[in-house]
Design a protein around this ligand. Structure first.
Ligand SMILES: [Zn+2]
Length: 292
C-alpha cells in the first residue's frame, strides 16, 4: 500500500499533517482544531471521520488542540503520544473533563516502533527541543517511507540514518538567522530558538537534507532518492519564501523537489511511485502484521 502526505498546516500557529494509507488516514500532530482541519481537508477526498490515529511529535500548544479529545472519543481515534509527555496530556484531558476515556485510547511511545495503522509502522526518534524534546517519525508501509521531523534545534547522526532512504522527506526550516537577530523578539526567545535545542535554521535544514541524500546514496545507491522534500514550520516573522528558495536553490538535487508547507493553506497530496525493495528490506514485511 502506498502512503501519501498532505500537510494541512505548519508553523507556530498550529501544525497538522495527514498521511493516507488506502481508505484510512492518520494525523501527525493536531495543532489546528478539528473544524479547521475538516475545512482544510476539502478536496483531499478525506474528512475527519476517516482519521484512525493521531501521532504527536510533542505537546507544545501548536501541536495539540484540546478540541480533538471529543472528536477522538466520537470516532474512536487512537492517540500515540511520547511517554515523557503523558503527564501533560493527562492535565490537558482533565481540563476538558475527558481524562478516563482519552487515556483508554492513548498509547505511549519512546524511541521505538509502533503501529498507528494496521499496515503502517512508525519509528520514533527523540530530537533536541527545549527540555523534553520532540520526536522525528519515520512512517513506513510495504511500499513507501515518509520521514517527518519538526521542532528540533539540530540534526543528529541518528536522524540522518533513520531518514536515509525515505521517499518523502518533511523537515522543518524555521528561520533565517539574520531576520531572527534583527527581529524585535526578546533576546531570551532568540537564544532559545537558536541555541541548538530550539528550531532549525534554513542553512541547517539544507545541510541536514544534503546529509540525508548523501547517506541515501551510500546506503542504497543513486537510484533511491526522495520524490518530495517538504519544508515545515516556517516562521512568519523570521523567515520568508524568498529566503528559503534562495537558500535551497544552491543544491540542484533539492530545488526541483521542494514543497513549502504553509500556515493557512494545505499542500497537495504528495506521493511516490511504487519502488523496488531497498537492499536488505522485505516489501512484504507487513503481511504477517496486518492483523495487529
Ligand atoms: Zn511547533
Amino acid at each position: 500500500m502506498n502512503l501519501e502526505l498532505c500537510v494541512l498546516a505548519s508553523g507556530s500557529g498550529g501544525n497538522a499533517a495527514l498521511v493516507r494509507c488506502g481508505d484510512a488516514a492518520l494525523l501527525i500532530d493536531a495543532g489546528i482544531g478539528p473544524v479547521t482541519a475538516d475545512r482544510r481537508m476539502i478536496g483531499t477526498g478525506l474528512d475527519v471521520t476517516t482519521i484512525r490515529a493521531i501521532c504527536l511529535t510533542h505537546l507544545d500548544g501548536d501541536h495539540i488542540h484540546p478540541a480533538w479529545f471529543r472528536v477522538m472519543l466520537r470516532h474512536q481515534i487512537r492517540l500515540f503520544v511520547p511517554a515523557n509527555y503523558i503527564q501533560l496530556l493527562r492535565r490537558l484531558a482533565r481540563l476538558e473533563d475527558v481524562l478516563k476515556p482519552v487515556m483508554a485510547l492513548t498509547v505511549t511511545f519512546t524511541q521505538d516502533v509502533f503501529y498507528p495503522l494496521p499496515a503502517v509502522s512508525c519509528t520514533a526518534l527523540r530530537l533536541p527541543h527545549d527540555k523534553k524534546g520532540s520526536f522525528g517519525l519515520l512512517l513506513q508501509s510495504d511500499n513507501t517511507r515518509i520521514g517527518y521531523a519538526t521542532d528540533f534545534g539540530r540534526a543528529t547522526p541518528e536522524l540522518v540514518e533513520l531518514f536515509a532512504g525515505a521517499d518523502i522527506l518533511a523537515v522543518e526550516s524555521n528561520y533565517d538567522p539574520e531576520m531572527q537577530l534583527r527581529s524585535n523578539r526578546p533576546p531570551r526567545l532568540k537564544k532559545r530558538i537558536m541555541n541548538g535545542a530550539g528550531h532549525l535554521s534554513n542553512a541547517q535544514a539544507l545541510e541536514l537534507i544534503g546529509r540525508i541524500l548523501d547517506r541515501t546514496v551510500e546506503k542504497y545507491g543513486p537510484d533511491h532518492q526522495p520524490h518530495h522534500l517538504v519544508l515545515l514550520h516556517r516562521s512568519q516573522k523570521c523567515n520568508c519564501q524568498i529566503k528559503l528558495h534562495a537558500a535551497f536553490a544552491a543544491d540542484e538535487r533539492i530545488a526541483p523537489k521542494l514543497t513549502l508547507a504553509h500556515q493557512h493553506q494545505r499542500t497537495e497530496w504528495l506521493g511516490a511511485p511504487d519502488r523496488k525493495a531497498l537492499p536488505g528490506e522485505q516489501l512484504c514485511m507487513f503481511n504477517s502484521l496486518s492483523l495487529q
